[in-house]
Design a protein around this ligand. Structure first.
Ligand code: ADP
Ligand code: MG
Length: 689
């Protein structure tokens, strides 16, 4: 029952479009668009204490009227503020209207970034406050900062959230008070308010705990409900053993590792058992999970059943398609494989759709959304989910598919301790691939400062001369405009567009450079990625869209800019793009932060190539409840919860869900009605409207 954000006062078409870019379309999306951090508005400081580079607040009197000048077409307003200790120049660019608000002799608070120009301090684009509002209301408050996109500012998001919170109707509480008390959590209504505008750090923590608990709790309820549904469900797709599979394995260009073989055997056993298979293949990046998926799908095909392989991105879907097609062709098996992506023409999609419907297509590779929305199968016996992107996706897929329940294979590179895995994947059997293919050399790592860049470039150049390729990863696509006074000045953050240009200038002309990012047209992405895979590009400058699954064994270097901005799990995933072939590979992490903490975090990656070890070290370093830390991201993507640092709440939520279901299995009791309603709407939302 959520409405468009345009219902919020002050949010028009233009703002709504910006919000849509970050995935916020409804008021419900907005309220769950949690801040990525908070900044504290500090008390005003005396002018003599200011130092360049910091964002500060100052309080004083304007010594004379502000001046307005134009310079190269830019309108500049200048003013001078004095307090007892000194005088400070204030400058605004292309903001002429501010002049009308500035009166000589009047008393103000300004807040903005201080910089040094010709030996003098100046505050640029400061924000203006009335001293009483600033000191009595704002100072000391935690002010939310949000993940932004070009054109969307913190102020816009804050305003919209505030406006919505003022008028929204109260959330019903559905958790028992003693539980809230015991786990130090706020009530839902308060949690939603406080996560955006925390009255204090303590209350922020309570709010966050509640929202984390919620995410886990409903996830657990879904998982457990699914498990009940699946358990001992007999399968309509019982496979028979096929000798052709053994010759397929014998014909592979490599020998399967022991755990790969074990996983394969377990799958064949599951699929022939008469029960529905629900299996997770867990293996670190590069351990060779794809071929296991292929074997499972061929196993289905040999018994006349169709399979669907769902990838989180089109890039990955196209890559899998090419791999599978190659393997099938060289094996001589008569199995047909087709690709379904959004970038295909309407006609192509219709043709593929028909082949799927009439059973001509044995294996269908595509993105989650497409397969589940657009396609009906004639006899879908197996669904494989690769690099599962978000939790809950699995449930979604199963619920979205009509017909008899297919076997399910989930592949994940997320290294999690077994106890966590059992909770999170409670409804699955697990195969672990803990051995890398033979002949792999461990990746060599280094963490360096920006000063090392030049060396890195010449190193990359040398690798390219040897016939190899390189990735360069930047945190952003383009320079996002920072609002004035925002604490996270993004000026120094590498972005794909500028970086590509810069490398073009720095590298010799014959080096071929391409860029890749999420918002590109799918056809373009596909073209770029295929070109890189085919060796037609030497350097690929990209955002984290290459983070999961992309497999180009000839790439031997990955340079990660602003690596301090990424979560460790994410860095590990990114690094997994190299070291996939026989050649020595390298990972260069550029650390632009001066902080010891950043250095210490990155050192974990520097020391270890083992995903599991990295995850546990990260957890140890951050300690539980580090709410301001960089969140883990990657596959285990909850909105606010972090399975590592919130593992204690995960456990509590799991227990609470278990208790609830054992007391009131179908959630019939009056006090559980609200929970049931939410669970149903979650599961319904999953089926995809
Ligand atoms: P991931 O587990 O990260 O999905 P992939 O399945 O993409 O890994 O495999 C990574 C690379 O290793 C691929 O190029 C694949 O062909 C290769 N590979 C997979 N299994 C083996 C093996 N047993 N021996 C050698 N190479 C292998
Ligand atoms: Mg993979």
């Amino acid at each position: 029952m959520t409405e468009s954000i345009k219902e919020i006062k002050g949010v028009g078409d233009k703002t709504a479009e910006l919000f849509a870019k970050v995935g916020v379309r409804t008021t419900d999306d907005l309220i769950h668009y949690y801040p990525s951090g908070y900044e504290k508005l500090s008390e005003p400081e005396p002018i003599y204490k200011l130092t360049p580079g910091r964002i500060c607040a100052v309080e004083g009197v304007l010594s004379k009227d502000a001046s307005l000048n134009a310079f190269n077409g830019i309108k500049i307003v200048n003013a001078f503020l004095s307090d007892m200790t000194g005088r400070l120049q204030l400058s605004w660019y292309n903001f002429p209207y501010i002049k009308n608000n500035l009166k000589a002799g009047a008393h103000y608070v300004f807040r903005g970034r201080v910089s040094e120009k010709n030996g003098r301090l100046i505050m640029q684009q400061p924000k203006l406050y009335s001293p009483s509002e600033y000191k009595n209301v704002l100072a000391g408050r935690l002010c939310p900062t949000y993940p932004l996109t070009k054109g969307l500012t913190h102020v816009t998001v804050r305003k919209a959230v505030r406006e919505y919170l003022m008028n929204k109707k109260e959330e019903k509480e559905y958790l028992p008070a003693p539980l809230l008390e015991r786990l130090s959590m706020s009530e839902m209504e308060k949690a939603l308010r406080d996560i955006h505008f925390p009255p204090s750090e303590e209350e922020l923590i309570r709010a966050r705990r509640r929202l984390v608990f919620n995410e886990f709790f409903f996830f657990m309820l879904m998982t457990k409900t699914m498990k009940r549904m699946n358990q001992s469900m007999s399968s309509a797709f019982v496979t028979r053993p096929s000798p052709k599979l053994l010759s397929f394995i014998a014909g592979l260009p490599y020998e399967l590792t022991r755990p790969q073989l074990d996983a394969y055997k377990a799958i064949v056993k599951d699929m022939s058992s008469g029960k529905v298979m629900n299996r997770l293949i867990q293996g670190d990046v590069g351990s060779g999970k794809t071929v296991i998926a292929v074997l499972a799908m061929l196993n289905a095909a040999m018994s006349g059943f169709q399979s669907a392989l769902m990838a989180p991105t089109e890039v990955l879907a196209a890559q899998h398609y090419d791999t599978i097609k190659g393997l099938i062709e060289s094996s001589g098996l008569e199995v047909s494989c087709i690709l379904m992506t959004g970038s295909m023409s309407v006609k192509e999609k219709r043709l593929s759709g028909e082949m799927i419907k009439n059973g001509e297509a044995d294996i269908v590779v595509g993105t989650h959304a497409l397969i589940q929305e657009k396609v009906s199968f004639s006899r879908l016996g197996l669904v494989v989910t690769d690099e599962q992107h978000r939790f809950g996706v699995r449930q979604r897929e199963l619920l979205g598919l009509k017909g008899e329940a297919p076997h399910v294979l989930v592949m994940s590179a997320t290294p999690i301790p077994r106890t966590l895995a059992l909770m999170l994947y409670g409804d699955l059997d697990i195969s672990v691939i803990d051995v890398l293919p033979r002949g792999r050399l461990p990746i060599k790592n280094c963490v360096v400062g920006p000063g090392y860049r030049k060396n890195a470039y010449s190193f990359i150049n040398d690798e390219i001369k040897k016939g190899h390729q390189a990735y360069v990863i930047c945190p952003q696509v383009e320079n996002t405009e920072e609002e004035e006074g925002g604490d996270q000045s993004d000026s120094g953050i590498a972005n794909v567009k500028d970086y590509t240009k810069e490398l073009g200038r720095l590298f010799p002309e014959n080096i071929r450079i391409a860029s890749l990012y999420g918002s590109m047209k799918p056809v373009e992405k596909d073209r770029i990625m295929r070109g890189f895979k085919a060796g037609e590009t030497d350097i690929l400058v990209s955002t984290t869209v290459v983070e999961v699954g992309v497999d180009v064994p000839n790439a031997t270097v990955i340079l990660i800019e602003n690596s301090e901005r990424f979560g460790l799990a994410q860095l590990h995933q990114l690094r997994g793009r190299v070291g996939r072939g026989k050649a020595q590979s390298y990972c260069i992490m550029i650390n632009c932060s001066e902080s010891d903490k950043a250095r210490e975090r990155l050192d974990i990656l520097n020391r270890s190539n083992d995903g599991f070890e990295i995850a546990s070290e990260d957890l140890r370093l951050r300690g539980p409840g580090d709410i301001f830390g960089i969140r883990q991201s990657g596959e285990l993507e909850f909105k606010i919860a972090d399975i590592y640092s919130d593992s204690e709440l995960l456990r509590s939520a799991s227990e609470a869900a278990q208790k609830l279901l054992s007391e009131d299995g179908s959630l019939e009791k009056a006090e559980n009605r609200e929970i049931k309603k939410r669970l149903l709407s979650l599961m319904e939302g999953c089926v995809g409207a």
